[in-house]
Design a protein around this ligand. Sequence first.
Ligand code: AMP
Length: 208
Amino acid sequence: MNLVFLGPPGAGKGTIASQAKVQYDIPHISTGDLFRNHIKHETELGKQVKAILSRGDLVPDSITIAMVKERLAEDDAKKGFILDGFPRTIIQAEALEGMTTLDAVVNFKLGREEIIKRLSGRRMCKSTGRIYHLIYDPPKKEGLDDETGEPLMQRDDDKPEAIAHRLDVYLEQTEPLIAFYKEEGLLVDIDASHSPDTVMAELVSVLK
Ligand code: AMP
């Protein structure tokens, strides 16, 4: 199954993708994770995009499209994939059409207030990549990763100024994709305001 997860930052696309990849036995390809990995390993690409991610701006289409094209050409993506965070612009969506065909585009719907609440409480362990939430999914010991005991950090782009900017970028550049994919008959809406288990159950049901 070839899927795209579309929706504003903080809608839970990554959380649901990490369950759905097991359910459907397909890789979860998050462009945000791919970029963060480059930054962590200080690759050329990582150095190029670090400041862009911190500000909450979009990485230029040409760079992002090339990275996704390479990732989709890997063996594990032949059986299907979940693209999380790509495409984010119409140009990226058109480029994706030239790479593969899609079975569905899942639109995670969530209101602005809830988005801000979710993003501002998000914390992350840098080395394991595990995501927590101060209210919804706190670590066992405050401020520390359950597994490694390392201090949790807040993504630069989850800080208040960057959150507001990312939402504006989403509305301006990414939201038009809803109409784009509706027109293609690929769009399915899901209500992302519920708990992960409920959202996952709705996903399975709409994909049947
Ligand atoms: P995410 O983890 O999906 O919220 O992505 C984090 C950041 O990575 C975004 O704010 C952008 O700076 C960058 N990024 C991720 N996916 C894309 C994309 N498809 N196009 C451009 N920039 C992206």
